[in-house]
Every structure is written in C-alpha cells, then in structure tokens.
Design a protein around this ligand. Structure first.
Ligand code: GLP
Length: 242
C-alpha cells in the first residue's frame, strides 16, 4: 500500500485526476469505478477541467458505480445513479450508455446484485476504483464486520452512517434509506488499482486504522493492505493520526 500525503483536498483531487488521465491516455476505454460522497468531488472537478481544457479525451471512458440505495423512487436526486450521472458522467460529456450501476429499485434485489457482479466481470473488470472512506472505516457501503471476501449484496446501514449521510437528505435521518446495494469487499479488491481518498480530521481515526492497524473486518478499508496496487491519498488533517 502506498500512502501519499497532500496539503489539502484540492491537491488530492489533482493528483488522482492525473492518475486517471494517465490511465485513459494508455487505455481510452478504461472502466473507472467511482465513489459518491463529498470527498471525491475535487477529483471529478479536476478531471472535468482537463477535458474542458482539451488536455484529455475521456470520450471512450466507461464508468461503474460502487453502491446504491435501495428503494429510493426512480430519478431521486440523491440516488447514487443520479449523483454519478450529475457529478461524473455529464460533466465529462459521456452518454448514459457509458455507465453501469446496480439496480436499487429491482424487485429481486439479490438477482440484481449477482447481475451487477456479472456485468463488471463481462466488462473486463474495473481498471481503477476510486474510494472514499466512512468515519467507521467502511468502503462502498461495506459496514464494519463485512466479510473481506464479500460479493455485491444488500446491506443494512449502521446508525452512524445514517447520521453521516443525513446531510444529503435535508438533515433528516428519517429520509435516509436503511438498505443499500454495495460492491462487496471481494468485488472491490478485484479492481486493478484501488485509490482511496480521505480528507479532513473526521477521517483521521479511520485512516490510521486502515493504514497502520491489522487487516480486520471491523475496519473494512484495511482490506486494501492485501491489494497489490493500492494507493491511499490523504490530506494533512486526515493523516494527523498516522
Ligand atoms: C457513503 C458512500 C461511500 C463514501 C462515504 C463517505 O457511505 N457509500 O462510498 O466513501 O459515504 O462519504 P464522504 O466522502 O462524504 O465523507
């Protein structure tokens, strides 16, 4: 695992956007796994800036979602599908056909999970998976004690994650869905390159446990220690407990 400490979130975004740009120059139709939440926004902004400045042709890029809420009405602006379309797919000028994600409104959720794992594999696997981290060390929506070998499946959110994510639902914990579909930790580990970005003091404990603690299901992100090509990019605040 490589740990890179950058001065602030903007610098982290630029560093990761450059890694994505290098990948797309080498492999224009690379499959990029993207995360939601506020942390990766500087990456998407820096990447979009490169495309708009004509420095990067991302037109053949393919985008894969990491996770999704279950049961939000179709088109809800906080569904992760709508979020990824708004924050990544549209700014990069890609069409909806370039994008894949799990179906959070499927009647048979288990079948939708298996179908998503199969779709990722038949797309050739994820080339670079961008990850954020929850304050409790979760990646995607793999909450503490998720199996390190898990596949895409339905999960129940912890009270902590419901509280953390209420800010996207008018601060109302009652509006946050209780169930989600997430790529499993085993699924995530199949990506060729994992890049985790963490910024702010609130992530310092989770980052320390991820980087310096034992590999343990209680800290899902610690599974990155087992990956042959994992990069953890942290700002000084998130690195403060290393
Ligand atoms: C959610 C997402 C994660 C994300 C986390 C942290 O739980 N499922 O993928 O890493 O939020 O979000 P933020 O970056 O806003 O702190």
């Amino acid at each position: 695992m490589e740990v890179v400490i950058v001065p602030d979130a903007k610098a982290g975004g630029e560093l990761i956007a450059e890694a994505v740009a290098q990948l797309l120059r080498r492999k224009p139709d690379a499959l990029l796994g993207v995360a939601t939440g506020s942390t990766p926004l500087p990456v998407y902004e820096a990447l979009t800036a490169k495309v708009r400045a004509g420095e990067l042709d991302a037109s053949a890029a393919r985008i894969a979602q990491l996770d999704e809420y279950v049961g939000l009405p179709a088109g809800h602006p906080e569904s992760y599908r709508a979020t990824v379309l708004r924050e990544v797919v549209e700014p990069l000028g890609l069409g909806p056909g370039s994008f894949m994600g799990p179906d959070g409104s499927a009647e048979d959720v288990q079948a939708a999970c298996a179908a998503y794992d199969a779709a990722l594999a038949s797309a050739g696997g994820v080339d670079l998976q961008l990850l954020g981290i929850g304050t409790d060390g979760h990646i995607g929506f793999n909450e503490p004690c998720s199996s390190l070998a898990s596949r895409t499946r339905i999960k129940t959110l912890t009270e902590q994650t419901i509280k953390d994510n209420a800010r996207f639902f008018d601060g109302d914990v009652g509006q946050v869905p209780r169930h989600v579909i997430t790529q499993g930790i085993g699924t995530i580990l199949e990506a060729r390159h994992l890049v985790l970005l963490a910024t702010g003091e609130g992530k310092a404990d989770a980052v320390a446990a991820t980087v310096e603690g034992p590999v343990a299901a209680v800290v899902p992100a610690s599974a990155l220690q087992r990956h042959p090509h994992a990069t953890v990019v942290v700002d000084e605040a998130a690195a403060s407990k290393l």
